[in-house]
Write a protein that binds this ligand. Sequence first.
Ligand code: 5GP
Ligand code: ZN
Length: 116
Amino acid sequence: MNHDPSCIFCRIASGQLPSRKVYEDEQLLAFHDIAPWAPVHFLIIPKKHIASLADTTPAAHEALLGRMLALAPGLAREQGVTNGFRTLINTGEDGLQEVPHLHMHVIGGPRPWKKG
Ligand code: 5GP
Ligand code: ZN
């Protein structure tokens, strides 16, 4: 499925719901988390609906996953991160994933902020 109308991040990706955009290209969107844990906290998502990292395979998603990770340092720098950041992908129920559309958190900025 490319777009799941019941999925909040699909609706953000399609512009049906607003977000504070950090970056966009044909495949990917990055936007600020609505409930940030730290001075900088944004999410990088594929525009296409993929429910979680557990729904990817190397054959189909290696390039997409590589691009998500490779974007993080430059976008973090653009957001003012100078001293390190966390990248985090929660996967599935036991992995504490709340929104069932693959997303990578990028979390940083001057401490103190809790580990989450
Ligand atoms: P998860 O626990 O699934 O890894 O993280 C989901 C993240 O999405 C949470 O940090 C939460 O604050 C964020 N989030 C949930 N709904 C929205 C929304 O409508 N807009 C934005 N910008 N972030 C959201
Ligand atoms: Zn979705």
